[in-house]
Design a protein around this ligand. Sequence first.
Ligand SMILES: NC(=O)c1ccc[n+]([C@@H]2O[C@H](COP(=O)([O-])OP(=O)(O)OC[C@H]3O[C@@H](n4cnc5c(N)ncnc54)[C@H](O)[C@@H]3O)[C@@H](O)[C@H]2O)c1
Length: 439
Amino acid sequence: MKISIYREKLKDKINNKKAKIAVIGLGYVGLPLAVEFAKKGFFVFGIDIDKKKIKALSRGNSYIQDIKRTALSELLSNKLISFSCDYRNIVKSDIIIICVPTPLRKTREPDISYVVEATRKIKDNVKKGQLVILESTTYPGTTEEILLVLFSERGLKVGQDFFLAFSPERVDPGNRVFNTSNITKVVGGVSKNCAYLSKLIYSKIIPQVILVSSSKVAEMTKLLENTFRAVNIALINEIALMCDKLKINIWEVIEAAKTKPFGFMPFYPGPGLGGHCLPVDPLYLSWKSRRHGFEPRLIELASQINSHMPNHVVNKVVELINSKAKHSILEANILIVGVTYKRDICDIRESPSIDIIRMLLEKQANVSYYDPYVSQLPIGKKSLHSIKLTKKNIFGFDCVVIVTDHAKIDYSFILKNSKLIFDTRNVFKKFNNSKVFRL
Ligand SMILES: NC(=O)c1ccc[n+]([C@@H]2O[C@H](COP(=O)([O-])OP(=O)(O)OC[C@H]3O[C@@H](n4cnc5c(N)ncnc54)[C@H](O)[C@@H]3O)[C@@H](O)[C@H]2O)c1
């Protein structure tokens, strides 16, 4: 490995905790990462374009459940972290980590504009000796094809004058066991020096850091992980649809299959994929693959099956209302329980509940919802508000639909007071009750 004086300087700064870190994009990924570095004694500049977020964070108000207000306030008062919209802080930083969104365009193609925008702004302030790491999930090649090309325009030589790497974020918001500090990190550098420094900095906050041979391999690793989940969820969703036709309880089948000690991993059916990752990331991969002349069939099929699930839920609810409540869906009163895309978090991005509610409203049902984490829910131009779960309220609904299985909901209270339930998460697995119907 060719030694660079900048590499040696940054190495010393990291080892002495003198390296200053800028985290760009303070969302579900960036904020926990910024806090983790600050907790370990590194000074962190948190940078975001959202002024409201910056104002709240600067007052110690965290909008992410996994980050406690007390922890944030302590870091602010110890002057280990600061929040601003000011990209000029890049000049004062040694390491810059990019955690901006990577959504899809309306055409379902990758929208890499946030990464490009952040990189351009960093480029305007970049200087020799800095390490830049991209963490946003993206298609293989982004780090070299976009970031490296832009930084090279400044005449900087990668691996010598500055350092560049990709390291996928694997955070799972709401997970009580695994968080930023204990999830193994994968790192791929654009050169050996880039990889070396990136591994060194992450090792200061995470016990296990795995080096791969290139940024492309690291980018692909993340897409494999999420595509694996999306495809397996699609498989179990399809099996659930089959079981519905065959009148077999899919949940019981999974429990039985799970007893095999090898060669099987349980996935569970549900009302549809949600969040910023699983519905989006595999499509980054298929887009890139197509550009290289390979048509990925499984990813597209999985995406179709998963995105059909909200329709299936609505069809089942209509069927139940007709056959059990002896009511038409028109003006039927329906309660949706849980509107976030997964349990125990407040994130509603791409949540299947939104599609389910929208479709039920289109069928002219009266729809209300209850979610302990979401007080208000925008549906098109309308806004719904979470109702209170009282005995009288619950009994007033023709059907209760469980869409998100938050742990703190009292399901036996719901069961006791409702007339009819459609359970998409098997929360009532312990209750063999004639008013409960499962996905
Ligand atoms: N949320 C997850 O569970 C998760 C897990 C693993 C990976 N990821 C990936 O990490 C990336 C970030 O996801 P997230 O969930 O944290 O997104 P997020 O929307 O919660 O946060 C992104 C933040 O970036 C800010 N931002 C946008 N453009 C900016 C710019 N030019 N400069 C500075 N700030 C900017 C936004 O204001 C926002 O606060 C995505 O690529 C995502 O796919 C997310």
